[in-house]
Ligand binder design. Structure first.
Ligand code: GYE
Length: 306
């Protein structure tokens, strides 16, 4: 959209909008699938997409958003790497009358008029599902259950919420003890590194709760490197359900995965078009997702898209 010629019904520009999209980075398999979904669906929805990768840095996202404002895009969508610190730039977009859509991750701005909608998962619920599986799996155990936690990127909505939802559920029974909890930045390399440190400091780990598959996969390497058997000596719960994670679940190395869908592109394009037209859109759109046991992973794997 070149903008500025509204009301010229039937123009060749009809329906063609420009979207500025600021992606978090390329930290995980989930992120790669999410980027592909956004790019593919922009193409098929006829949306002119300006895409930038912030390499997990908020300052890069703020720069990208400012440049989209300058370029007078029709709509800005972004997946905020952390929750806080967005008010100033969001106010700039609002003054420029460019609608903003939050996709995947949330911001903690008190003024919710700064964005049109938030499309993505309920991360607290994901954490609860992980906790619920754990309490079931260990319900007959009389001994304390020693848990280590690999958190996502510090200050990000999924790290904050997945930690909180899990803690809420396991907190009901004092035998569940989180003996170490640290960020692994949602990456395989960091997941491995931090798990190695956990293993050195704690001889008796029963469970690993990793906020995404990639950190869990990195941790599997650390566990095997320490001569232990993932899935037997240490039970692993992760979130996402990307192909590599599902394969590890099918192989019995991971014990349970809570799904988080990265396929947000089609809904995002739909919401963006409506927002640009000034149509009413819901303030919150929650992604539908499920959970996987080993058997369910084996069934789902052949047709898994990502
Ligand atoms: O779970 C993780 C990614 O924001 C939901 O970010 C997303 C998370 C996802 O790096 O793998």
């Amino acid at each position: 959209g070149c903008g500025g010629d509204g009301g010229s019904g039937g123009s060749a520009d009809d329906g063609k909008i420009t979207m500025g999209f600021s992606q978090v980075g390329a930290e995980s398999g989930w992120r790669t699938a999410n980027t592909k979904s956004v790019q593919d669906s922009a193409k098929s929805a006829g949306v002119d997409l300006k895409f930038s990768d912030a390499q997990q840095k908020q300052e890069n996202q703020i720069k990208a958003i400012r440049s989209y404002i300058q370029q007078k895009v029709d709509v800005i969508a972004f997946s905020p790497v952390v929750e806080s610190g967005w008010d100033t730039v969001l106010k700039e977009a609002q003054s420029a009358k460019i609608p903003v859509i939050l996709t995947d991750r949330a911001v903690d701005s008190a003024d919710t008029s700064l964005y049109k909608t938030f499309l993505g998962s309920d991360f607290v619920e994901e954490g609860r599902k992980a906790g619920t599986w754990l309490t079931e799996a260990f319900k007959d155990s009389k001994d304390p259950v020693n848990i280590v936690e690999l958190q996502g990127t510090t200050g990000s909505a999924p790290a904050n919420d997945r930690k909180a939802g899990f803690a809420e559920v396991i907190g009901a029974d004092p035998k569940f003890k989180v003996i170490a909890s640290q960020t692994g930045d949602f990456t395989r390399a960091k997941g491995k590194e931090v798990m190695e440190a956990f293993l050195k400091a704690n001889p008796d780990i029963d469970v690993l709760y990793a906020h995404n598959d990639d950190m869990g996969l990195g941790a599997i390497e650390a566990i095997e490197g320490a001569g232990k058997v993932p899935g037997k000596d240490i039970k692993i719960i992760t979130i996402d359900a990307v192909k590599d994670g599902m394969q590890a679940l099918a192989d019995g190395k991971i014990s349970y995965i809570v799904e988080c869908s990265p396929l947000l592109g089609p809904q995002l394009m739909d919401l963006a078009k409506k927002a640009v037209k000034g149509e009413q859109i819901p303030a919150r759109v929650v992604t539908e997702e499920t959970t996987f046991t080993q058997e369910q992973a084996k069934e789902a794997l052949p047709s898994r898209q990502y």
